[in-house]
Design a protein around this ligand. Sequence first.
Ligand code: HEM
Length: 440
Amino acid sequence: MIDPTEVQSLVLHPHAAARLDLAFLHCPTRQDLVRLLGTAAATVTPAAQARSDRPSVNLGVTGAGIDLLDVGRRARAALPAAFLDGMRLAATRNGDVGPSAPETWVPPFAPGDPPVHAVVLAVGPRPGVPAADAPDWGGLAGSVDHLSTSAARWTGTSRPGGVEPFGFRDGISSPTIEGSGRPVRPGAGVWDGEALRWRAVRAGEALLGHVDESGAVAGHPDAAHLERDGSYLVVRRLEQDVEGFRGACASWAEGVEGLDADDVADRIVGRRRDGTVLGQRPGEEPANDFLYRDGGPQGRAVPPSSHIRRSHPRDDVEHADRIVPRHQLFRRGIPYADEADGTEGLLFLALCADLRRQFELVQSHWLQDGNRFGLGAETDPLTGQCPVGGGPRPASITGADGGRVRTPSLPSFVTTRGGEYVLLPSRTALRTMAARGPRP
Ligand code: HEM
């Protein structure tokens, strides 16, 4: 059973928010962090109180925060190394190399920046409900003002039609968590090949202390007081080269019979800008109730190399019924546009119970390594990185006749500008962390 009075709102609510503000906090002393966690325990928005017409506030703790807190040797050893080490040390695994390397990251993750111990997330009301100019930090406002600097805040804002900066509708496919009280929409979960229906993903794929798709309880018993009813959150600032993407699609289309630049872009993503898949008529409600191997015309029309097919292959890998449910991501991202430096992109946010098995596997294997899908050295044409040192980035799409159309090399369109792994603890865990009190 999920207790929605314990779990923070972002975990259970696949928000479509007008605005998302992140304040990254560095705590000069352990006492500052303990005080912050005590305030958070009393003021974060539990899922039970989340309302789409009102802002909600969540708080996450980083691995550096856990170390500052000093949770004890046994509990620390039970927490995942990827979380404790942080995203910077995962750079090679995640393909954050070359222009995406941590040496190029922006504050608060630029080289030499002080460690971030906690992140406050203010999730604005739903699109259409006017969002205030300033974030609503609720009861955490005092702590945020006291601890954060202006350089350490990121703001995401939704765009009309829910599109991301390349112009594609986002937020269509997101798995339902079992016990979350949300109905399972076809396509939004796990395909049960025996019952021939979609079902919700077991809670333990998103929430620690709950049974996961393998039948085990997610998390480590020695860290249960910190992890239970919590979830790991991946935060990444992904800058998008919108002109570069359009230009590359136009050049590729020049050499391909029957496709224009928009068709190429659609085939790279796997959906059209309006969210429909190629097997649908443009303008229809975007379909999500499809499989790739045995799923009829809609799924078969999605190019095997496309972003949506590689990031969530549904039935398109061997033993898919046992493999794919173990690599689900619960996305909560939102676009950003930075007026100060003219950049734009995605504040990619995704929840999971196991950072390495879920986020890192999708990021490094499914999106970066084509061999899993019989595509050789091809990376995901949308988010893949050029090899370090400037070698080619081969890619393919499906042509107008359904055949594979290759290009020897595509530029990269997405660059990592910073990020971190964060634990969104339950309210009880926040209280437990705060109750350990300042050490002498
Ligand atoms: C700037 C970078 C990115 C852009 C512009 C982007 C864009 C999109 C778009 C337009 C969709 C289709 C809409 C939808 O199904 O909700 C999508 C789906 C998805 N993306 Fe991304 N994405 C990006 C990065 C990533 C990364 C880094 C990951 C994982 C590590 C990822 C995982 C997914 C998943 C799991 C889906 C759902 C696929 C499905 O269930 O059919 N995306 N993305």
